[in-house]
Write a protein that binds this ligand. Structure first.
Ligand SMILES: [Zn+2]
Length: 177
């Protein structure tokens, strides 16, 4: 399948409730995946595997998360807004923090991989910041290190934008081979 990557960085990090996302498939047990970064279903597991194979940046971020206290569940499904994905801290308990990354199912694969890399960078930001325990501490963190982009009301960081751009370059290079 040919895919050319235009930059898609309409990803967002949103604290608070969500009603805009419907998972395309029910969650399933991950297999042959990294322990700390898990696809919620077959589509998401395939996305994680293809992203790791096609993007050294994604592979590095997943490896980094393996050494963290985060369990990152990746979902691919319907997002009823312009954003391509988002990262959310769900819970912190028992020495484990649960993070969910959602990727828009209607995006082309290259954009899904790019957004996944962007959101995984946010996950590593959370992993490196043990003071983030809930939506309040998450927002305080991003008020300190992030900024609000001109489009969208969520926080953004230069590091996540750079990670997404790096992944887009890697994916377009691997697609051209
Ligand atoms: Zn972001």
């Amino acid at each position: 399948m040919p895919f050319c990557c235009s930059m898609l960085l309409a990803a967002a990090l949103l604290p608070g409730p969500d009603a805009r996302f419907v998972s395309a498939q029910p969650p399933a047990v991950a297999d042959a995946q990294p322990f700390h970064t898990r696809g919620a279903d077959a589509d998401a597991r395939s996305l994680v595997a293809r992203a790791m194979a096609g993007s050294p940046t994604v592979a590095r971020l997943v490896t980094e998360l393996e050494a963290s206290d985060l369990i990152v569940v990746v979902q691919v499904g319907i997002i009823l807004s312009p954003i391509g994905g988002e990262t959310r801290l769900l819970a912190a308990a028992g020495g484990v923090r649960h993070v969910r990354i959602r990727i828009k199912s209607s995006s082309p694969l290259c954009e899904q991989i790019t957004v996944l890399g962007h959101e995984l960078r946010h996950a590593t930001e959370i992993a490196a910041s043990p003071e983030i325990r809930d939506s309040k501490t998450l927002e305080a963190f991003y008020r300190r290190v992030g900024y609000k982009p001109s489009v969208g009301g969520s926080f953004e960081t230069d590091a996540a934008v750079a990670a997404g751009m790096a992944v887009a370059r890697e994916v377009s290079r691997s697609a051209a081979r």
